[in-house]
Design a binder for this molecule. Structure first.
Ligand code: NAD
Ligand code: MG
Length: 335
């Protein structure tokens, strides 16, 4: 296969799938979307003007197949659909290395196997592309029987708009472990638990929940925007001397060495496969704990007060910010 303009099949049309399909099409690639007939995102893909085929049909003609279904269905998808139907010498692309790194998928030897992981949610991958920017991408090569694997990964990442920001080479191991750690310890798990704990502390001390909400959740956006623009240095330039002094003396009291020790425990569980084994078992059991945790987050008092306060921010429509272009609530499809 030449690496001029590979034909691309995108399997899955959720957060990443939709963004990749739209960006790659706008970058001049031929894109077909593979979805189960009658599945939840088929209508969206058709409304966006894509040819939608069954996964088996979509991948049969493709030079490159991007696997953008939930991680926990990829093993079965590979066994049932990809391994039997992909062309000899085609390229199998993942947006997260989990299944390959933890040996849940052992790809056919004739396939190039690569990873292109945008460092952002799908809606942002699309929005940044549309406004002429990009989300940084990291890429890796797991196997390269054709000699084209790296070039294909770079071509795909550029098609996503990633080259406008930055493209960095990694390994499946590094991407998988750092991605899981980031979302668990800092981005999703760490940040949401920090905000909830701060809110609870203020409300339990008798302060108004509305004011607690503004202090620990709403204002966080301002701070994170400053981090994004110029690092912690820039945040410090923008806050008062009093806030800086408080940051210096109280930040390390809250996030102390014991927190870092527990971060290391989290990382160890990721590295030795414990996290992935537990997640697979939870998924196979039909997500009983996952649903309980999800409900507890939704029922937290900060969500109730936040809903009322955000109703007054008329500019926060359904289609603003990181949500623009996002699909409806992605569903998990456990057995
Ligand atoms: P998602 O849950 O948003 O969407 C999944 C899509 O796959 C949906 O269209 C769904 O209908 C479809 N699907 C589910 N089971 C299927 C099956 N058996 N056959 C065919 N289609 C099926 O998923 P996502 O969050 O975009 O994640 C996709 C991949 O991208 C994962 O590997 C994930 O780790 C990776 N990733 C996600 C993000 C993110 O921000 N969401 C960021 C980087 C990487
Ligand atoms: Mg991630």
């Amino acid at each position: 296969m030449s690496n001029a303009t590979p034909s691309i099949a995108i399997v899955g049309y959720g957060s990443q799938g939709r963004a990749h399909a739209l960006n790659l099409r706008d970058s001049g690639f031929q894109v077909v979307v593979g979805l189960r007939p009658g599945g939840p995102t088929e209508r969206q893909a058709k409304a966006d003007g894509f040819t939608v085929r069954t996964p088996a049909d979509a991948v049969a003609d493709a030079d490159l197949v991007a696997v953008l279904t939930p991680d926990m269905v990829q093993k079965q998808l590979y066994a049932d659909v990809l391994a039997p139907h992909m062309k000899q010498g085609a390229c199998l692309l993942f947006a997260h290395g989990l299944n390959v790194h933890f040996d849940m998928i052992a790809p056919r030897a004739d396939l190039d196997v690569v990873l292109v992981a945008p460092k952002g949610p799908g809606a942002l991958v699309r929005r940044e592309y549309e406004i002429g920017r990009g989300v940084p991408c990291i890429y890796a090569v797991h196997q390269d029987p054709t000699g084209n694997a790296e070039q294909l990964a770079l071509t795909y990442a550029a098609g996503l708009g990633g080259a406008r920001a930055n493209i960095i080479r990694t390994t499946f191991k590094e991407e998988t472990e750092t991605d899981l750690f980031g979302e668990q310890a800092v981005l999703c798990g760490g940040a949401s638990s920090l905000v909830q704990a701060g809110f609870e502390t203020l409300v339990e001390a008798g302060y108004q929940p509305e004011i607690a909400y503004y202090e620990v959740l709403h204002e966080l956006k301002l701070i994170v925007d400053l981090f994004y623009e110029g690092g912690i240095t820039r945040m410090l330039e923008f806050v008062s001397e009093t806030a800086q002094y408080g940051d210096f003396v109280s930040g390390p009291r809250v996030i102390d060495a014991s927190v870092k020790a527990r971060m290391k425990d989290v990382l160890t569980d990721i590295q030795n496969g414990t996290f992935t084994r537990n997640w697979q078992a939870e998924y196979d059991a039909g997500l009983p704990n996952y649903r309980k945790f999800q409900q507890a987050d939704k029922d937290h008092p900060i969500e109730h007060v936040g809903k009322q306060l955000r109703a007054k921010m008329t500019w926060l429509g359904e289609q603003t910010g990181a949500q623009a272009g996002a699909p409806a609530q992605p569903q998990s499809e456990a057995a």
